[in-house]
Ligand binder design. Structure first.
Ligand code: ZN
Length: 278
C-alpha cells in the first residue's frame, strides 16, 4: 500500500530564501493540514542542490532538478553535467521545472529552446519524468513534448505518466491533448482567483485520474490568503475548491491526486532518509 495519505503538494519551492530557517515549522503546519509529501522543484543549479539537501533532511520532501526557462540564459554546457550529478541522488524524482516562457521572455527564446531540449535529453537518459513550465508557448511546447514522448515510447513503463504540466494555464482542449500523450495536469491555487474561468473549466473538465495539485509556494497563494507568502498547508484550500467545482467529496479529490502524484514521481520507491534532522 502507498505510504501516502491526505494531500501531496506536487510542486513547491521550499528552498526559496523566503523559507529560510522555517522549514520545521512549515512542514509541521503542512502535516497538520494532512499533507503527506512535498515535491520541491529546482529552478537553477543552486536551487536544485538546495532542494536535494531538503529532501535528504525530511522524510516527506522529495526533489526535482532543473533550470527554469527564465534562467536559461545562464545555462552553460557544464551546468547540464552539474545537474546530472545532482540528479544522481536517490531522493530526486524528476527533471524540472523546464520549458518555455514567451510571456516574460527573461531569456532569449533560442536559449530557452536549447535549455529545454538539453534537459529533456537529460530526463530521457536518466529515465525520470519531467515537470514542465509553459507560458505563452502553447503550440511550440506541445510540439516539442509530443516529439519527446514519441522518442521515449519504447523505454517508458506503460501507464506511468511521462510528466506534468505545472500550474496549467491553457484551455481545456489543450489539457486534454496533453493527457492524450501521457501528461498529468497540475492545478494550482490560481484556480481560486476571480478571473480564472479557463483554469476552472480545466479543473472541472479533465478526468480525475490525470490531475495533481500544487501550491507553487512561495508564489500563487490561494484567494483566502492572498497577499501572504504561500505555503504547502494552503493546498487544502485548492483541493476543497476543486471538490466544490466538480461536485465531489474532498476525500475523493485528495485520494485521486495523491495516488496520481505517487504514480508520476514513483515516491513509494524512493529510499527513505535517515529521518528528520533539525
Ligand atoms: Zn514553480
Amino acid at each position: 500500500m502507498s505510504p501516502f495519505h491526505g494531500l501531496i503538494d506536487s510542486h513547491c519551492h521550499l528552498q526559496d530564501p523566503k523559507f529560510d530557517g522555517e522549514h520545521q515549522a512549515v512542514v509541521r503546519r503542512s502535516r497538520e493540514a494532512d499533507v503527506s509529501a512535498h515535491v520541491v522543484v529546482g529552478y537553477d543549479v543552486q536551487s536544485s542542490r538546495r532542494g536535494v539537501q531538503l529532501a535528504r533532511s525530511f522524510e516527506n520532501i522529495f526533489a526535482t532538478v532543473g533550470v527554469h526557462p527564465h534562467d536559461a540564459k545562464a545555462l552553460a554546457p557544464s551546468d547540464i553535467d552539474a545537474l546530472a550529478r545532482v540528479a544522481e541522488d536517490p531522493r530526486v524524482v524528476a527533471i524540472g521545472e523546464i520549458g518555455l516562457d514567451f510571456y516574460r521572455n527573461l531569456s532569449l527564446p533560442d536559449r530557452q529552446r536549447k535549455a529545454f531540449r538539453d534537459q529533456l535529453n537529460l530526463a530521457r537518459s536518466l529515465r525520470l519524468p519531467v515537470v514542465i513550465h509553459a507560458r505563452h508557448a502553447d503550440e511550440e511546447a506541445f510540439e516539442i513534448l509530443s516529439a519527446y514522448v514519441h522518442s521515449m515510447k519504447k523505454d517508458w513503463p506503460a501507464g506511468r505518466p511521462i510528466g506534468v504540466m505545472h500550474c496549467f494555464a491553457g484551455d481545456l482542449p489543450l489539457a486534454l491533448r496533453y493527457i492524450e500523450i501521457g501528461f498529468l495536469i497540475s492545478i494550482a491555487g490560481t484556480v481560486t482567483y476571480p478571473n480564472a474561468d479557463m483554469t476552472r473549466a480545466v479543473a472541472r473538465g479533465i478526468p480525475l485520474d490525470s490531475m495533481v495539485i500544487e501550491t507553487d509556494a512561495p508564489y500563487l497563494t490561494p484567494q483566502s490568503h492572498r497577499g501572504q507568502r504561500n505555503e504547502p498547508a494552503y493546498i487544502a484550500e485548492t483541493a476543497q475548491f476543486i471538490a466544490g467545482l466538480r461536485g465531489e467529496r474532498f476525500e475523493g479529490i485528495a485520494e485521486a491526486t495523491t495516488a496520481n502524484a505517487d504514480r508520476l514521481f514513483a515516491l513509494d520507491r524512493v529510499p527513505q532518509t535517515a529521518g528528520e534532522r533539525s
